[in-house]
Design a protein around this ligand. Structure first.
Ligand code: FE2
Length: 283
């Protein structure tokens, strides 16, 4: 899956690349099935108890902060009613699973190490790719939350910026069910802010540029299941809420270059016994 010159030129110019029919329907179905199994095995009461402790924010933060080396489920905000009770079935309540499926899950790990993905990122100049983060995103019917405009390198920073995202549509994605939107060429204007982990684990944004992105400059990326959208880590993108009756499942994998510096104040830390690995190493 070597990209041709037209494709690499388009990626450099636009900050993203849409590759249709890269993942076959059987594989898409197998990934969706595995995500469903992970949610079925998830005990929401365990996490609900985390949210109800007196140290609520601290416990919530810890559940997130320690997910860089784990497989954890995160709820849709609108899954709860005003009293804090789940108002949809568990299978319709999860926003995403993250953030180490690519290392820990027997289905997602080999898929994440597909030679096609390795070829794409190395063709785009990542000298020594490391698989940093993975997420299964459900974009649930009716309540799938908005993802505000952002750059992935805000959260997955390296010096220099090296993050590349591989966004895999596991279902058709369109404007109605909350497809990706991107700002073509917006990656050329640098990083707007960094999301940092401060002393004691508190997280905050370090603002580097206050130039606003204009909504009207974003374009929808409507794609069929099996499409892979490659995203420059500096590309502004996001997605709107899903108010349709259809879900919009996607799997995202983020890769960085081992040659770039990964700062310790990034939010995503890995346990000492789980160093980042490249495409060549299997579980
Ligand atoms: Fe993103």
């Amino acid at each position: 899956m070597k990209l041709n010159a037209n494709e690499t030129d388009a990626f450099r110019r636009d900050g993203y690349l849409v590759l249709s029919d890269l993942v076959d329907p059987v594989t898409c179905a197998a990934l969706r099935h595995q995500a469903d199994a992970l949610v079925a095995a998830f005990e929401p009461d365990d996490v609900a108890s985390i949210f109800s402790t007196t140290n609520q924010q601290q416990a919530t933060d810890l559940y997130f902060l320690e997910s860089g080396g784990a497989v954890r489920c995160f709820f849709e905000e609108e899954a709860f009613d005003a009293t804090g009770a789940l108002q949809v079935p568990k299978s319709r309540a999860i926003n995403k699973i993250g953030h180490a499926l690519h290392d820990l899950d027997p289905v997602f790990a080999p898929f994440s190490r597909s030679s096609a993905f390795e070829d794409i990122v190395t063709t785009l100049g990542v000298a020594e790719p490391l698989l940093l983060q993975s997420m299964y995103i459900f974009k649930q019917p009716s309540i799938g939350g908005e993802v505000v405009w952002h750059q992935d390198a805000t959260f997955l920073y390296t010096d220099p910026v090296s993050a590349i995202g591989l966004w895999v549509a596991l279902e058709d994605a369109d404007i109605e069910n909350g497809c990706l939107w991107a700002l073509p060429g917006g990656h050329l204007h640098g990083l707007k802010r960094r999301f940092k982990r401060g002393a004691g684990g508190a997280t905050f944004f370090d603002e580097m540029d206050d130039v606003a992105w204009r909504n009207e400059d974003f374009v929808p990326l409507e794609v069929r299941a099996g499409t892979v959208v490659v995203l420059d880590g500096s590309l502004p993108h996001g997605s709107r809420a899903n108010r349709s009756i259809r879900s919009r499942h996607a799997y995202t994998l983020h890769v960085i270059d081992r040659e770039a510096k990964y700062p310790s104040d990034n939010w995503l830390h890995r346990p000492a016994n789980m160093p980042l690995r490249g495409f060549g190493s299997q579980i």
